[in-house]
Design a protein around this ligand. Structure first.
Ligand SMILES: N[C@@H](CCC(=O)N[C@@H](CS)C(=O)NCC(=O)O)C(=O)O
Length: 401
């Protein structure tokens, strides 16, 4: 099924590409008063090169003028006024759950956290996988709402336009909205390590600050997101170096490792489509979305991501052969583990950096890029140890597995 769709899609892209190329060629020749169907050899064709050249110059100058005008308009229309942060310390509270039933419920009988969690996600988004790795490792129950990545219907109620979003129950049917994988994990870890704390009090320690970027766009950033807000109980016995090392590798997962993934899994149109077919399988898109919507996500998504992957490769200065950049980053992680001489970055047990790196990497587990990484690096041992710990909820079991 996947192979059939893949070849159909590839053929479709190729046909589309060749049609576009012919259209372009024909239109250029039409503009130049040249008939593309006629041959240039022989006496029968008498193109009018002077007029053609003249027309081309006029069109080229017109194009340049339009480009310059657009750039001037783009710069002038940008807003560089300061951004106010009036709602900075107010987390969003929902009086009821949005009307989208969960696609599945993860119920862990031993979960005694008292938390009620609903995760809005794409199944193979690295940031969502990171949150799931944390929830699974800690044996927390949660409901999953699969978001359509093209139409995003299931998160239309939210001003924050990305996933993951986690809704956490705060009593009386109300929920607090938590955005950003790293902040979500820090908030929950802070709560788990000192359950006397009120969840809302913890959330208030992670305000979101908006600011205007150099290009005029408004960005926002959650403060303190790599840090935990636990009372003494939770952090006892940890050195400052140990805490900062965990922060460093959590940041590395978000700012380095994540950026080598997309250009690898969407390296070619075939690989992009294969990746999307796997995403569809993992997310059960066949079951959850009507077939037109599922196909829209797979084909449009694969093609769009293939294009975006190329841009990301340039933006993040990856090697021409992007696999090498993936192996390089994985080797950086393996090297630091080796240097520590412990099974995990956190020692004998995984810490938040292990969970972050594992979560991010698990998002490509079914892709060719991951198979290649297993063959070309030593990431396998650590990865499968982590998988065992996450699937067996080792974090909620003080004896370990
Ligand atoms: N810093 C955020 C990044 C989240 C993010 O970029 N998510 C992507 C999906 S992988 C997203 O939702 N992009 C917007 C979109 O798909 O429209 C986090 O750690 O959660």
């Amino acid at each position: 099924m996947a192979t059939l769709s893949r070849s159909v899609c590839t053929r479709h892209f190729r046909t589309f590409y060749s049609v576009c190329k012919n259209e372009q060629l024909n239109s250029v020749m039409r503009r130049a008063n040249l008939n593309p169907s006629r041959s240039f050899s022989g006496n029968s064709v008498t193109p009018r090169p002077v007029t053609a050249q003249g027309n081309l110059i006029v069109y080229a100058l017109g194009g340049i003028a339009a480009g310059v005008a657009y750039r001037v308009w783009e710069v002038k229309s940008k807003d560089f006024s300061p951004v106010s942060n009036n709602s900075v310390s107010k987390p969003k509270i929902l009086n009821e759950l949005p009307p989208y039933p969960p696609a599945r419920k993860v119920s862990i009988p031993t979960d005694n956290s008292g938390l009620h969690l609903v995760l809005y996600q794409y199944p193979t988004c690295p940031f969502c996988c990171k949150v799931r790795a944390f929830l699974d490792y800690n044996g927390l129950s949660y409901d999953v709402v699969e978001v359509d990545p093209v139409l995003r219907t299931q998160t239309k109620w939210s001003d924050y336009r990305k996933v993951p979003i986690l809704l956490a129950g705060i009593g009386e049917g109300k929920y607090v909205q938590l955005n950003d994988s790293t902040a979500i994990i820090s908030i929950l870890e802070s709560f788990l390590s000192d359950r006397k704390q009120n969840l809302l009090d913890i959330v208030n320690c992670y305000p979101s600050l908006s600011y205007r970027d150099n290009d005029g766009s408004i960005k926002s950033e959650i403060q303190n997101r790599y840090f935990l807000m636990s009372g003494d109980d939770g952090r006892k016995g940890r050195s400052k170096e140990d805490i900062m090392d965990e922060v460093k590798w959590r940041e590395w997962a978000d700012k380095k490792l994540v950026h080598v993934l997309s250009p690898n899994v969407y390296r070619t149109t075939e690989e992009a489509l294969q990746s999307f077919e796997w995403f569809s399988e993992v997310g059960e898109w066949d079951r959850l979305f009507p077939s037109w919507e599922r196909n829209l996500i797979v084909y449009v998504g694969a093609y769009a991501m293939w294009l975006i992957g190329k841009r990301l490769k340039k933006r993040h200065l990856l090697k021409d052969e992007v696999r090498l950049s993936l192996y390089d980053e994985l080797n950086v992680w393996i090297k630091q583990l080796k240097k520590k001489g412990t099974k995990f970055s956190g020692g004998s047990k995984p810490n938040l950096s292990d969970l972050a790196v594992f979560g991010v990497l698990s998002s490509i587990e079914g892709c060719q890029a991951f198979k290649d990484a297993l063959e070309n690096t030593n990431i396998g041992n650590w990865f499968y140890d982590m998988k065992k710990h996450a699937t067996q909820h080792a974090g909620s079991n003080p004896i370990g597995i």
